[in-house]
Design a protein around this ligand. Sequence first.
Ligand SMILES: NC(=O)c1ccc[n+]([C@@H]2O[C@H](COP(=O)([O-])OP(=O)(O)OC[C@H]3O[C@@H](n4cnc5c(N)ncnc54)[C@H](OP(=O)(O)O)[C@@H]3O)[C@@H](O)[C@H]2O)c1
Length: 258
Amino acid sequence: MTMIITVLGAAGTIGSRLAEQLEERGHEVRRASRRTGVDARTGVGLREALGGADVVVDCLNLEALRAATARAFFEGTAQHVVRTVRQEGVGRIVCVSIAGAADPAVNRLMGYYQGKAAQEQVYASSGERVTIIHSTQWFELMDDVVRRASIGPVSVLPTMTMAALSARRAAAHIADEIEDSTDDPHSRTLTVRGPEVATTREIARAILSSRGSIGGRRPRVLWQLPYLGRGMADGGLVPADGIVDELTLVQWLADDEG
Ligand SMILES: NC(=O)c1ccc[n+]([C@@H]2O[C@H](COP(=O)([O-])OP(=O)(O)OC[C@H]3O[C@@H](n4cnc5c(N)ncnc54)[C@H](OP(=O)(O)O)[C@@H]3O)[C@@H](O)[C@H]2O)c1
């Protein structure tokens, strides 16, 4: 069955890949973000973007380290989305979130994840049909992690133990889930992870040795320290169950995307 699917944040890393894959499968996709006149923070353009849609997918993002800023954005935008879904009779909300981010033992020192936890809470308690996607980190995230943690030739990365996967493969699993949930009257969660467990430094090293640079940097010293807490250093971001994608970091680096 073809559906009308609004992708909020369709210009971003996951939103653009998801929109592309949903279109390839024959669905009508509405790409919504500020550059298409939709601001989920103020609500401007949301009714037009969601009116008549079967599903809305929240792929919104704000790079915010402070908990108060992240919470205000993720909670506020989710509240606008829920209100508009009710007004327009949209069938399902899909929220792209992060495996482990809502766990206080993991997000204690990570304001951004506290914002994601608040977002999940708004959707989960909305009474609407909701699917929360608990994805692990994407390989693509490593560029930002290294950029933020580097000064000159030295990178001091936060220790994160991850089961990362490619954003394109995450988008494919999300698209499958959207199609599978069409007739389900209940709320759902989907957990998706990559095939290997590795630390930030191990992943950064592999990308660096394959490409020669990472996030536009060429660090000569790569350290990691658990300054974002033991929760994520000790495996709190690695889900025990869920879909395990097959594509390894080495395979991703060998194909066009890496
Ligand atoms: N990175 C990872 O490894 C990872 C893993 C699992 C889950 N996630 C989650 O996936 C979600 C998407 O992340 P991403 O990295 O794909 O994000 P991203 O690349 O930063 O893209 C964010 C998108 O949100 C739009 N946007 C921002 N503010 C907006 C607003 N006020 N109104 C409407 N649109 C707005 C942006 O477009 P405009 O600038 O045009 O508005 C852009 O399309 C996040 O919630 C993140 O936590 C990420």
